[in-house]
Write a protein of this length. Structure first.
Length: 159
């Protein structure tokens, strides 16, 4: 049999080994917790970024849809008002005094691109003649199509 002091030393070393193993386990658990927290924080940030990106895309889609609607209504109104409207007394009415045209021009100030807004304002406020209105209307349609569909639209290619 082993001497008592050797048995005591073995028990002490065994206890210290168990304590060391416990400390190592706690340390590993803490490191794993920290790594998990960092991973969760990164995942949360990625989710926030993705949501922000989706929100921006949705806002751009809404703006595109509102512009498409404005441009479609404007194109129809321009076609309708190529000739100046005549009031009940038989007098020609300036387009700026036609509520629909003034409303479209006002909406264009907020929603339309600068070029589209300029074409609408030229049509409504510059009091152009019939031929010039036709040119503005045609130019506006091309501009609206290019803006809404992109320059890859095959109907816009020359040649």
């Amino acid at each position: 049999m082993l001497p008592t002091w050797l048995q005591d030393l073995a028990g002490l070393l065994s206890g210290l080994g168990a304590l060391a193993a416990a400390f190592i386990a706690v340390f590993a658990i803490r490191r794993q917790e920290a790594a998990s927290e960092r991973a969760l924080a990164a995942q949360a940030q990625a989710t926030r970024d993705a949501r922000e990106h989706e929100r921006r895309l949705a806002a751009e889609d809404r703006l595109w849809a509102r512009r498409a609607d404005l441009y479609a209504r404007t194109t129809l109104a321009m076609r309708e008002y190529l000739n100046r409207p005549i009031d009940e007394l038989g007098k020609e009415t300036p387009l700026a005094d036609v509520p629909l045209m003034a409303s479209l021009a006002g909406e264009a100030e907020i929603l339309a691109s600068t070029q589209a807004k300029d074409e609408i304002n030229d049509f409504v406020y510059d009091d152009p003649g019939y031929d010039e209105k036709v040119n503005i209307w045609a130019k506006f349609q091309i501009l609206a199509r290019r803006e809404l569909m992109g320059s890859e639209d095959p109907t816009l290619r020359s040649g």
